[in-house]
Ligand binder design. Structure first.
Ligand code: CMX
Length: 477
């Protein structure tokens, strides 16, 4: 029995086409043929119902308030990484400097409480977060279960991507391998094919949705293939169609420990989205605004995430911790750690895992990970070291007087959790961040296409032109 209104059914059935993984037609089905029961709406059906209202809301907002001045820009901001300038739209999350991230209005403790969980699990399911970010609604347990199965059913990689990964040099950084594999999947893009066939603008989101889910389904396999190729025997097990996303990722990587599975669920959920201005989110959105496919857009975002001031900081933290451990020779006193922090700063380097462009308090993503460690391994040596650094570093960074935020960010803690469970290869850590980031940036890409977001094109000036601009503004005061 159909649960759709006639108008939605009509919308969904336009261009409908029976999906088959063997079929190369660009026009994927608008009607879900995947593992959903008839009792509940699929994510796509729900999104299709919600989006016309969103389009109207934006139209109305622009009509009534389109000329309202929402910000003023200082010259320092043009030269300072555009920090704080309001100029992007991001529906999934908003970051408050003091309080941290809210996903569709919900804090991390809220989503830990409210999102559906797997059986015998305490951690939220990242699939449920994806649903929330895309629709603003918390899905039912049955909906998430079906959505997990849907993603698992899309996990197969084309042979040539596997052989491409097998042939990359083992010393090529895992993030470069990740980006290459995602880019290579472009051949799978239903959006690119539909666009080439002249699909109408109002239908863009449908193909972006399909590409995004296909991509999400394949990421655990790509990540695990890279991990197993570079650090293990190159063999990756089969995706379990009945397992949730975090469990599948853990198992594909080769980790069976139940608490590690829990960690993957938490990790994937909290690293997903951090509003739109950070490098990986903004890059994905920017590249997507040119109507590049989700594959090319996400690959661009991953390349940004690979930078040491952004996602790669999780690797930097571990390397910094290991050097510290080597140098202090078992002396984890506050005095010794303080000296090590000053040595880092005095040598002109940053303290990795500390500071943030927006946050001005301890990152709640750090706190969530700290709580996980306190629950599962409070006496682990590296966790204790990280905790002592947390007591000392904010004071040192404050005394140094440069950083606007002396508190730890998400990357300060994640590596230590992975170390505890034996995933010790730090150069792989940013790949896990990248898998999670896809859960945040792909919903926005789908929304961008559904609301007909504009191609991004802000204005730049040369320094010479800015000098002229400033002079003329001051002369007219
Ligand atoms: N250690 C030393 N100096 C720091 C610092 C840190 N952890 N954080 C900021 N500073 C310095 C900046 O380098 C800058 O110095 P200059 O004036 O010489 O350029 C000064 O303090 C002011 O910077 P800010 O306004 O406080 O911070 P930004 O918005 O410019 O940069 C960030 C933000 C995250 C890049 C920066 O705090 C940093 O480099 N942190 C360490 C790397 C890190 O942990 N990155 C991960 C962030 C989270 C993520 O994206 O994954």
């Amino acid at each position: 029995m159909s649960v759709l209104s006639t108008s939605t059914r009509n919308l969904l059935e336009r261009n409908a086409f029976k999906y088959s993984s063997k079929n190369n037609s660009p026009i994927a089905s608008l009607v879900a043929t995947r593992p959903y029961s008839n009792a509940e709406k699929t994510l796509k059906e729900r999104f299709a119902e919600i989006i016309p209202g969103k389009v109207d809301e934006i139209k109305q907002l622009k009509k009534e308030h389109g000329d309202t001045v929402i910000d003023q820009v200082k010259l320092n901001q043009a030269y300072g990484g555009m920090r704080g300038i309001k100029g992007l739209v991001w529906e999934g999350s908003v970051l408050d400097p003091e309080e941290g991230i809210r996903f569709r209005g919900r804090t991390i403790p809220d989503i830990q409480r409210e999102l559906p969980k797997a059986a015998n699990s305490d951690e939220p399911l990242p699939e449920a977060l994806f649903w929330l970010l895309l629709t603003g609604e918390v899905p039912s347990e049955a909906q998430v279960k079906a959505f997990s199965a849907d993603l698992a059913s899309r996990s197969e990689l084309p042979e040539y991507v596997i052989s491409l990964l097998d042939n990359l040099p083992k010393d090529l950084h895992p993030m470069a391998q990740f980006s290459i594999a995602v880019t290579a999947l472009e051949s799978e893009s239903k959006f690119a094919k539909a666009y080439a066939q002249g699909v109408a603008k109002k239908d863009y989101w449908n193909y972006t949705f399909e590409d995004s889910l296909d991509l999400l389904g394949k990421l655990p396999v790509i990540a695990s293939k890279i991990y197993r190729n570079v650090f293990k025997d190159g063999k990756v097990s089969q995706v379990d169609p009945n397992a949730d996303y975090g469990k599948n990722l853990a198992q594909l990587l080769g980790y069976q420990n139940k608490d590690f599975v829990e960690l993957m669920r938490l990790y994937l959920t909290i690293h997903s989205d951090h509003e739109g201005g950070n490098v990986s989110a903004h890059t994905t959105h920017l590249v997507g605004s040119a109507l590049s496919s989700p594959y090319l857009s996400l690959a661009a975002g991953l390349n940004g995430l690979a930078g040491p001031l952004h996602g790669r900081a999780n690797q930097e933290v571990l390397e910094w911790l290991f050097k510290l451990r080597e140098e202090v020779n078992g002396d984890y006193s506050k005095e010794t750690i303080e000296k090590y922090l000053w040595d880092t700063l005095n040598s002109g380097r940053v303290v990795p895992g500390y500071g943030h462009a927006v946050l001005r308090k301890t990152d709640p993503r750090y706190t969530a990970q700290r709580e996980f460690a306190l629950k599962h391994f409070p006496d682990y040596e590296l966790f204790k070291l990280v905790s002592t650094i947390y007591e000392v570093a904010p004071g040192v960074l404050t005394k140094q007087g440069k950083t606007k935020n002396p508190w730890p960010n998400v990357d300060s803690h994640s590596g230590v959790l992975l170390q505890y469970y034996g995933l010790t290869e730090a150069s792989f850590y940013t790949v896990l961040f990248g898998v999670s980031r896809a859960f945040g940036v792909l919903p926005q890409l789908i929304i961008d296409r559904a609301v007909g977001a504009s191609i991004e094109r802000p204005k730049s000036f040369s320094t010479e032109k800015y000098i002229q601009l400033v002079k003329s503004i001051n002369a007219n005061k």
